[in-house]
Design a protein around this ligand. Structure first.
Ligand SMILES: C[S@@+](CC[C@H](N)C(=O)[O-])C[C@H]1O[C@@H](n2cnc3c(N)ncnc32)[C@H](O)[C@@H]1O
Length: 209
């Protein structure tokens, strides 16, 4: 695996904060419900699977999910999943292997790496009639309004690449305001400390092809 292609992510070195993120972000699992309906049966690839939170909820007897994650500190071997180490830019599978692929908040290469390099690989390993779903931040919501930087995905770039898109209205739901402040301050600095509620509006976008 080409280690230089791994985009650093905090979850492996700060599992306590990542636990808050995973528990509170889209707490009602609207993204997982969307994926469950949209994905076919068969062999599915999760690119940048993190600790396997999403993958383990999408598996059933007719659907296998391979959780591909390059950062060994993220991999949760306690989960009953088939794991693969690999980066989106060089996927360690033969062409036309998968009936579908999805990625949740891991196709964040814009400005960091070449997103089309990853997409070319995804299109290679997914069968011609297979489905590709990329989930990311939509923006125009309360969550991203706290960020001093633009952390939204570019809808126009995905449309130009030939993808359709659907917006999923969800929320971060924290157990306490302190917990909300802790995570959002980590993400955004001082603006995150201004949060004074437990539920934060969050718009997610699913790009599909
Ligand atoms: C924001 S986390 C999302 C994790 C998981 N998909 C989820 O929804 O909880 C991004 C993940 O992408 C992984 N990652 C980093 N560089 C990558 C790359 N080049 N290809 C695929 N995944 C990568 C990180 O290690 C991290 O686990």
């Amino acid at each position: 695996m080409d280690l230089a292609k791994i985009i650093p992510f905090y979850g492996g070195v700060n599992p306590e904060l990542f636990e808050i993120e995973r528990r509170c972000m889209d707490r009602e699992n609207k993204v997982i419900s969307y994926l469950d309906k949209a994905l076919p049966n068969g062999k599915i690839l999760d690119v940048g699977a993190g600790n396997g939170y999403t993958a383990e909820k999408l598996i059933f007897e007719k659907r296998t999910v391979i959780a591909m994650e390059p950062d060994e500190k993220m991999v949760d071997t306690k989960k009953k999943l088939v794991w693969s180490r690999g980066v989106a830019q060089k996927i360690p599978f033969h062409s036309n292997t998968f009936d579908a692929m999805y990625s949740t908040w891991a196709f964040f290469f814009d400005g960091i790496a070449d997103i089309d390099e990853g997409l070319n690989e995804v299109e290679r390993v997914v069968k011609d009639d297979g489905k590709i779903i990329i989930v990311d931040n939509y923006g125009n919501d309360e969550f991203t309004s706290y960020s001093p930087h633009d952390i939204t995905s570019s809808v126009s770039d995905w449309v130009r690449r030939g993808y359709d898109y659907e917006i999923i209205d969800t929320e971060f739901i924290f157990d306490s305001i302190e917990e909300a402040r802790r995570l959002l301050t980590f993400y955004f600095g001082e603006p995150g400390n201004q949060v004074n509620k437990k539920r934060i509006e969050y718009k997610v976008v699913a790009y599909t092809k």
